[in-house]
Ligand binder design. Structure first.
Ligand SMILES: NC(=O)c1ccc[n+]([C@@H]2O[C@H](COP(=O)([O-])OP(=O)(O)OC[C@H]3O[C@@H](n4cnc5c(N)ncnc54)[C@H](O)[C@@H]3O)[C@@H](O)[C@H]2O)c1
Length: 473
């Protein structure tokens, strides 16, 4: 069985790389010529641990190819994955333009039976629309409209651990509808994922609509756990309790478990924000309320501004003359993905208040510049006060505060003494609760985490007053 993956972004490349590593002959199609040229030359356009090695090995061994040639790609695969983007539109609903244009392209190029597998995250009913778009093209060409099937196979990988998630899935959701191709489609999907089902079956078979909704339900549930913990953390701050102790106290309950209970400065990424919005939008279109998911989003938006609010409370609203360091730009560690990253909200807000921001991220610097240029469109002068540095300690010279926004491993155990000497005021706003408040208290470093008995940690360390009194306002 041969596989074609249409859309060579995060999901498409990981899917293609992993399936080629399992022995399938894979063709990855993308409409972006530069991206395909890079891939053909052995370069990988995204940072994802292990991906480059996996692609180069399978490319060298002839199991994976990259192309912009639609006809070649459609001819190649018995299974055609759709893995193109489904970004949020202005009203929050998912934009299906890429998915439907791929469906039409498949219909224009189809010569024999193909199984179309929808891997993009799409609202309920999209498989029907893909089916209709393919049929329309086939009918135009005077061909049988029964020479394909459409199934749903949503992707649950996490960026930063994508290869491992794909190769060792908790479950594989496959939605297939009753119809003349049901048995054949089920057999093909079973064969495709047989390597993962040898020990016990990880595949959860269901109908297409349920599979489409399962993906949104999973992301909404995970996002809700984060926002719930963020609200508990903010309450813990107000009450002098410690959210990390609470996390361990509730996580030990089997009914709750430990995952996704970390409080922080908000979630981001290409999935949770857009998928929760799309779910709310779908519910609205069907006259349903999604109160919990709505609240999840609102809490997250507030959480992204929490650290700046705290800084302003201490240093004043006008941050002119203040220097702030930021460690971590990507929305999470082990990726350079800046989509919806909290750092974007934080940095823009600091720059608008007149602060000078020096930032460090192990891999996301380039993507961060692209994102911040977009965010500051029309206010380009703001970026004169922003600079990136190549080492974490270089960000700290003479700063009034350090904000930690991404939990990269190399931020876990820094040299606090050296940091204290380098900073103008030793003050850390820890957006990922990486540090031990008691240890920092002993070191005389002012510290604010998220939900960690905030007001108690050395906030008596006075900020340095600036020479111009107005700047201390
Ligand atoms: N990134 C994640 O962590 C993740 C996880 C699970 C599910 N998803 C879902 O998977 C889908 C893809 O996400 P992504 O992050 O990989 O997107 P992406 O933006 O990284 O990649 C999409 C790719 O599709 C290509 N493309 C668009 N239209 C095309 C066309 N007509 N023909 C060929 N190529 C085309 C683009 O050029 C791009 O390279 C989305 O629906 C997303 O919600 C993403």
């Amino acid at each position: 069985m041969r596989v074609t993956v249409i859309g060579s972004g995060y999901v498409g490349l990981v899917t293609g790389a992993c399936l080629s590593d399992l022995g399938f002959k894979v063709v990855c199609l993308d409409k972006d010529e530069d991206k395909v040229k890079m891939l053909q030359a052995g370069e990988v356009p995204i940072y994802e641990p292990g991906l480059k090695e996996l692609l180069s090995r399978n490319h060298a061994e002839g199991r994976i190819r990259f192309t912009t040639d639609a006809q070649l790609a459609i001819d190649h695969g018995d299974i055609l994955f759709i893995a193109v983007g489904t970004p949020a539109q202005e009203d929050g609903s998912a934009d299906l333009a890429h998915v439907l244009s791929v469906a039409a392209m498949v219909g224009r190029n189809l010569k024999d039976f193909k199984l179309i597998v929808n891997k993009s995250t799409v609202p309920v009913g999209t498989a029907d629309r893909v089916r209709a778009a393919v049929k329309h093209e086939l009918t135009q060409r005077g061909m049988s409209s029964e020479m394909f099937d459409v199934v749903s196979n949503p992707e649950f990988l996490k960026e930063g651990a994508a290869i491992d998630d794909f190769m060792r899935p908790d479950r594989i959701v496959v939605g297939i509808d009753d119809g003349i191709h049901h048995e054949k489609s089920q057999r093909m999907m079973g064969d495709l994922y047989a390597s993962f089902n040898r020990h016990h079956s990880r595949t959860v078979w269901m109908d297409v609509r349920s599979a489409e909704l399962t993906k949104y339900a999973a992301n909404a549930m995970l996002a809700t756990r984060i926002s719930f913990m963020n609200e508990i953390a903010n309450l813990a701050d107000a009450l002098g309790a410690d959210v990390d102790q609470i996390r361990r106290g509730i996580g030990a309950d089997n009914r709750i478990g430990y995952s996704f209970l970390y409080a922080g400065c908000g979630y981001g990424g290409s999935c949770f924000p857009k998928d929760t919005q799309a779910l709310v939008s779908t519910a609205q279109a069907h006259g349903q309320l999604m109160s919990v998911v709505n609240a999840t989003e609102q809490v997250n938006e507030r959480q992204k501004t929490l650290l700046v609010d705290r800084l302003v409370k201490r240093l004043g609203d006008d941050l002119t003359g203040r220097k702030i360091a930021v460690w971590g730009l990507a929305f999470k560690p082990n990726t350079d993905d800046m989509r919806e990253a909290p750092s974007r909200v934080v940095i823009k807000s600091l720059l608008e208040r007149g602060a000078h921001v020096t930032a460090y991220d192990p891999v996301a610097g380039h993507e961060a510049m692209v994102a911040l240029k977009l965010d500051c469109a029309g206010q380009e002068a703001l970026l004169n006060n922003f600079n990136l540095v190549a080492h974490d300690m270089d960000a700290l010279h003479g700063v009034d505060a350090l904000m930690v926004l991404t939990e990269w491993k190399n931020f876990h155990n820094p040299d606090f003494q050296a940091m204290k000497l380098s900073m103008r005021t030793p003050y850390i706003l820890d957006g990922r609760n990486l540090y031990n408040p008691d240890a920092l208290a002993d070191l005389g470093i002012a510290y604010q985490g998220i939900g960690r008995r905030n007001e108690l940690i050395n906030l008596s360390v006075e900020p340095v007053m600036l020479e111009t009194p107005a700047l201390n306002a």
